[in-house]
Design a protein around this ligand. Sequence first.
Ligand code: ARG
Length: 456
Amino acid sequence: MDKMWAGRFTEPLDSKADDFNSSIHFDCRMAEQDIKGSVAHASMLANKGIIGKDDAEKIIAELGNIIEDIKSGKLPIDYSAEDIHMFVEAELTKRIGDVGKKLHTARSRNDQVALDIRLYLKDESAKIIEQIKTLLDAILTQATLHKSTIMPGYTHLQRAQPITFAHHLLAYGMMFTRDIDRINDAVKRMNYSPLGSCALAGTTYDTDRYLVAEKLGFDGITLNSIDGVSDRDFCVELLSAFATIMMHLSRFSEEVILWSSWEFKFVELDDSYTTGSSIMPQKKNPDIAELVRGKTGRVYGDLMGILTVLKGLPLAYNKDMQEDKESIFDAIDTVKQCLDVFPQMIKTMKAIPENMLKAAQKGFINATDLADYLTKKGIPFRSAYKTVGQIVGYCVKNNKVLEDITIEEYKGFDNNFEKDLYDAIDLHNCVESRISAGGTGLASVENQIEYVKKYL
Ligand code: ARG
């Protein structure tokens, strides 16, 4: 395709350099946003008398046809164009002649691309938020089923205190609500229109940037034209929100992988979210969870990539900034792919409460409760803690657990022990008596379920 800027040059761009320079292979996915921005721009130009109303009408109508034709496949993307902005403008001029050439009045590709990417990210962010909501819904389904299912809670991956499966899952629920908040926060800061910043310094035309911003659903305009075309903070912020989502998905995946191993067997993944082995007939592998964990690295890389591209860039636009797109597009695709399969994997996963309970019974997981028992009888916590430590040592030596030793043996350690200690260390009671706000007790878990439901 001939270059718009060919007039200034005597030699054409080297063909390899041309390919290298071109971004249409990836920025063609912003065709819809590009056209939406152009429609708003043309209508503002007419409104301000910068171009004729008839011309604007022609431009707007044809831009509508162009996007329809791109979507239906009638208009194939010409990959010899430099980018999607040039492609659309050239096609417009091809179709309506010189009138099409008026569209780029009081605009530069620098503010155009800054606009398109914001519009695109706004659309994609909304889709990702919907996907996270589906995941929250899957978490709610499991949590509601397992409000009283006891499992070991861990610290250092050592059995620590009994909790319910619902409580554990709802921890992820909280993370994913924050992920939605984080995206919304970033979108709020991004939601200012840069169009009209032009190349970097604004324009001599009496434009109405506020009108364009309003037409496109922005909260206002970027106030400094140099910043308008140079700012990619919103890419960094959104990518960081996406990297955090992946971090959460990866931690969740890691636990699902552990839980479905024979060593734990707390859950059984549905056949539809596992694979077999090509050699070991017994295998049922959690590939989906593993891939989600693995893909987290890509999105971290995308974040690092964009931070590095922006580091040390002088103001205003530099071609380096074309590199913003592939990393953020890759991150969006990856997050969306993961969120496309992950919720259903969680929803169809079967918990095995017997195994969770068995695991909770064998690790002195109720030792804190035994110490609390003594403390409630007036023994300072540190002293009670020490006594229970000695009891655990005694059990380990004699191959017993806390439930096995007799009241006489207990009294040998501290005379305050009475028979009701056995109730205090019963796992169901341990969970139920954790009445503090946000704890694993039933009221708190129900409260958390309500919170997530309301959030949705
Ligand atoms: N394809 C370019 C990009 O993505 C569009 C902006 C080009 N501007 C310029 N001055 N060459 O960044």
